[in-house]
Design a protein around this ligand. Structure first.
Ligand code: TPP
Ligand code: SF4
Ligand code: MG
Length: 296
């Protein structure tokens, strides 16, 4: 499939309140094109709440349930139960939560829903901090990044590995994606829609204001994350992993190319750059050690 074959139907209407070049908005746009009109989205607090705007107006044309920050998995479970009671299995329920709403405050509700194999798709749009409230550190913020709550020497801990946490739940479908690779992202949503049970898609979403780059570079930054091995594109089905897109090849580990254009890394020491490279290599080795799925 080529980009010109994407459905022309738009589900995010013209005019919304995200920043120019917002990776989260782009991911949402392509995901909704893949999921289609028979979709109900459950959204906790975050930048995508702001995208939707305030009642009685909304900038999307699918039904959306705004829910409390910690409750995406529980609220989505409720919507699924109501649809099942009505015998309606044609509607796809999607929880669309940020990294804070997934890896931190929302993890309990998400884990409960995944343990029950609730028939919904949980998406983590990962911009690597609490962006809507002014760039505070989340579990998904990379090690060393200075945020409003990690001034001085930056975040001490490594990025939480949410994908492997979800893999440990044994759910039927897990994937990563990045806004810089819209076709890969689109095809993963098309596939996830056909699978029964809990699905989890983790999307790296570059964020100009939070990461400190020109909005025009949003796609380029995403490509660099994947090519340098800071972020890998893959799917896990039945416990078996398959690399996708550029991640089929060994990354370059030239992490300087990814770090240097972003202000959030500007005070990185040589040691921190090297630490990022080692972390990327170790992450890749752990992924490569998993049982592998054959190419389709
Ligand atoms: C219980 C609770 N605590 C704090 C907040 C304030 N709050 C709203 S959005 C947000 C940040 C969300 O971060 P994330 O989930 O990463 O989404 P992003 O803003 O980055 O899109 C916070 C802390 C809240 N709404 N509810
Ligand atoms: S702060 Fe970042 S994630 Fe939030 S709307 Fe702006 S670009 Fe998008
Ligand atoms: Mg965030």
């Amino acid at each position: 499939m080529k980009i010109k074959d994407l459905p022309t139907q738009e589900y995010i209407l013209p005019g919304n309140r995200t920043c120019a070049g917002c990776g989260a908005a782009l991911a949402y746009r392509h995901a909704l094109k893949a999921l289609g009109p028979k979709t109900i989205v459950v959204v906790p607090a975050g930048c995508v709440t702001v995208l939707h705007g305030m009642y009685p107006r909304a900038s999307v044309n699918v039904p959306v349930l705004h829910t409390a920050f910690e409750t995406t998995g529980a609220a989505a479970s409720g919507v699924v139960a109501a649809l099942e009671a009505q015998g309606r299995d044609e509607i796809c329920v999607v929880g669309w939560a940020g990294d804070g709403g997934t890896a931190d405050i929302g993890i309990q509700a998400l884990s409960g829903a995944a343990e029950r194999n609730t028939n919904y798709l949980h998406v983590c749009y990962d911009n690597e901090a609490y962006m809507n409230t002014g760039t505070q550190r989340s579990g998904a913020t990379p090690c060393g990044v200075r945020t409003a709550t990690t001034p001085g020497t930056g975040k001490a801990e490594q990025k939480k590995d949410m994908v492997m946490i979800m893999a440990a739940h044994g759910i039927p479908y897990i994937a990563t994606a990045c806004t810089a690779y819209p076709m890969d992202l689109y095809e993963k949503f098309v596939k996830a829609r056909t699978i029964h049970g809990t699905k989890y898609i983790h999307i790296l979403c570059p964020c100009g204001p939070g990461w400190g780059f020109d909005p025009a570079d949003s796609i380029g930054i995403g490509k660099l994350a994947v090519k340098t091995g800071v972020f890998n594109l893959f799917e896990i089905e039945a416990g078996k992993l398959r690399f996708n897109g550029p991640s089929k090849r060994e990354p370059t580990y030239d992490v300087e190319a990814y770090l240097t254009p972003q202000k959030r890394f500007r005070k990185f020491t040589d040691e921190q750059v090297e630490g990022t490279r080692q972390w990327a290599k170790e992450t890749r080795r752990r992924l490569e050690a998993m049982p592998r799925a054959s190419e389709p």
